[in-house]
Design a protein around this ligand. Sequence first.
Ligand code: ATP
Ligand code: MG
Length: 406
Amino acid sequence: MTRLDPQPWMNAPQTRRLLAALGEARFVGGAVRNALLGKPVADVDIATPLTPDAVQKKLAAAGINVVPTGIDHGTVTAVVDGKPFEVTTLRRDVETDGRHAVVRFTTDWAEDARRRDFTMNALYADASGEVFDFVDGVEDLKAGRVRFVGDAATRICEDYLRILRLFRFHAWYGQGEIDAAALRAAAAEKTGIAKLSGERIAKEMLRLLEAETPAPVLRLMAASGILAEALPGELGIARLERLAEIDAANFFPPDALLRLAALLPHDAKAAAQVAERWKLSNAARTRLEDLAGANEKIASYLSIREVRKLLYRLGAQPFKDRLFLKWAEDSKAAMQWRALLAMADAWKRPRFPLTGRDVMLAGVPEGPLVGRVLGEVEDWWVDSDFTDDEFSLAERLKAVVQAVVY
Ligand code: ATP
Ligand code: MG
């Protein structure tokens, strides 16, 4: 019998309260898998033989807030003292079309295990930590084998997202070669990826990119023609690989979007297309497009003055993003790059001391000319390394006004 070591998330008061309210319920999926590996657990998913109706009644009776987030598939989100948990009724999939499923609820744990994707994701644990394994998932997990529950080709055709999940989980938990049958089935069915919604593709791919070493798996996907289905175009896997190495060497937390930027070509249009297909947020799209079109000269040997100028023009985050991408192209100068990064982190945006009012007081009538004059003086001020000498600033303003107005 396998038993989980005591886990902080298992003994958290919210978790205890939720399990007590439900009665029959077990932990499932990522939480159990990661606990067995001694890895951090982000969210705690719960499986239960209770119907969604019964779940809602029991939780309401216990004063726990319930949101019917995926009620068609038997999932509700229970919010216990501010902490959300997904509670899903045991089920099997009766009809599938490659992206959706019609489900039937069941009270059979083994049946629920068989509808899950990989054996390492089909593990359950009860409140005492006892693990229930219907598919030899513990053994696969320990061996680093990402293996489909059942026949790989069949499971992929039920939901093509499982192709991407195969590579995502292999990148995170796989050891040695990827499962050959799974790879073959994934390659054979790769065109199914086109049927998936952009949001689902994005979620899996960004999680994949967050793995400690995503590059080997991406190469595998590229070689089998699968990567092009999710991410068309010329990709810089080598650049992404070096960015991941920089993260690992410096204990930087992975930034999935920045890694995607490292992978994409230097072409704002291509970035926009990916953002469109993946239905990324406007903020994410803007960041990707901006980086793909960037052409500032950023080098490890920049002077402090040049760095300040770039920081002022770009802002700290866009500067750091560019810095990381350049660092990934020139990883030899790690010390210098780290110094530039520290400067960006410590940087406080200086405030340009003049306003439109000062320009008007200097004799410029209200109108578009005010902004132009202000911009000219600001350019000079930036070039002066942000002088705080009020006298020279006033002199400059006077000179610009003279040139522009008279
Ligand atoms: P993570 O720690 O990255 O969240 P996870 O295992 O919790 O990993 P989720 O995507 O959150 O992954 O899914 C939760 C569980 O639901 C999985 O462990 C798996 O059992 C099941 N699951 C999710 N998506 C699918 C799918 N497309 N097909 C079959 N089972 C799935
Ligand atoms: Mg999860």
